[in-house]
Design a protein around this ligand. Structure first.
Ligand SMILES: [Zn+2]
Ligand SMILES: [Zn+2]
Length: 351
């Protein structure tokens, strides 16, 4: 019998893409195979395709990226049925398949798995192991979550970044009635703005620019245009004592400086944007005003929580989906994603 094949995106080397026929994978113990219906392009995918993290994400080319997705289970590995899964279940996925036995995993902080990337112990799909830009994908059952019938597959593909946004808001320790600033109006920033409301913020102010900031205004958030003068002064004009919490979602040195300067005394800044260069920060106010600065990596148990808010419309993932492409047109999809004049927020690819 000839081996079954499927379509997959293969990055041969940085910036060189091809749709290839590759063998259909089969699930092992505690795994399921899914028919992938929608994949959302993430900023990390664009970096991986450009070869920005050589030897790390991915460890080597050729490589199939993709890690924000939804689909249906079509084959069960050993134990999957006993764990409650069945063929035809609609699911959405997330990328961290952590070891489950190190101290951080045992404490529930599997995003900080101490065996990250070690062969046989840890995989991050679409980062250090094959991703989902293909007709089928095999995932550990830890990394798939039931998708309600009311949530379409394209929105299901945006639940992973929505879970990251909720993680950021929880790391920000938002209290009911807080004034919260979001720096960065990209997809994670706007999802974090919804997450801030979910966590009880009274005011959510998004600082950013261009069409993304216009989207923030359309979604009903207060906005600060960072190209129209000093954003810290603009914030203090509206919230004289400063923000209780800032969620830093842009990841460039100047936005991190703004974020700290926008805080009220005793305020807290949660950073999810990853700067590629060193940032110099004023530590005196951090000490004297007892500011808090915390990092946020991926998601740690928020998938199941956020699905409910996607289903009830409080986490508005559908508002951010601007384009759909078939997998075969991935080159066009990633070009559109990288083109700031395209108006792209979240782009969905359909295998
Ligand atoms: Zn992502
Ligand atoms: Zn671990």
């Amino acid at each position: 019998m000839s081996q079954e094949t499927m379509e997959a995106l293969v990055v041969l080397e940085p910036n060189k893409l091809e749709i290839q026929q590759i063998p259909v994978p089969h699930p092992g113990p505690n795994e399921v195979r899914c028919r992938v219906r929608a994949v959302s392009i993430c900023g990390t995918d664009a970096h991986i395709i450009r070869g920005d993290y050589p030897g790390f994400w991915p460890p080597a080319f050729p490589f199939t990226p993709g890690h924000e997705w939804a689909g249906e289970i079509d084959e069960l590995g050993e134990n999957a049925a006993a764990l409650g899964w069945k063929i035809g279940d609609r699911v959405c996925g997330t990328s961290h398949n952590a070891c489950g036995v190190c101290q951080k995993c045992v404490e529930g902080r599997y995003n900080l798995c101490e065996n990250y990337g070690k062969a046989g112990l840890h995989k991050q799909y679409g980062h250090n192991s094959q991703g989902v830009d293909a007709t089928y994908a095999v995932h550990n059952v830890k990394c798939v979550f039931p998708l309600p019938d009311s949530v379409p597959f394209d929105q299901g593909a945006v639940i992973d970044p929505a879970s990251i946004a909720l993680h950021v808001a929880r790391r920000g320790n938002i209290q009911p009635g807080d004034s919260v600033v979001i720096t960065g109006a990209g997809a994670v920033g706007l999802l974090a703005a919804d997450a801030a409301l979910i966590c009880g913020a009274a005011r959510v102010i998004v600082a950013g620019r261009g069409y993304r900031l216009e989207k923030a205004a359309q979604l009903g958030f207060e906005t600060i245009d960072t190209t129209a003068g000093d954003p810290v002064a603009a914030l203090k004009a509206r919230v004289p004592l400063g923000a209780d919490v800032v969620l830093e979602c842009a990841g460039v040195p100047e936005t991190i400086e703004w974020a700290l300067a926008m805080l009220r005394r005793g305020g807290r800044c949660a950073v999810v944007g990853i700067p590629t260069e060193k940032v110099s920060l004023a530590i005196q106010p951090l000490v004297l005003d007892e500011l808090e600065l915390v990092g946020c990596r991926a998601t740690a148990g928020e998938m199941r929580r956020v699905i409910e808010f996607v289903a009830n419309g409080k986490m508005r993932v559908g508002e951010l989906i601007t384009h759909h492409f078939p997998l075969r047109e991935y080159q066009q999809a990633i070009d559109t994603f990288n083109d700031r004049s395209s108006g792209a927020m979240k782009i969905i690819v359909e295998p």
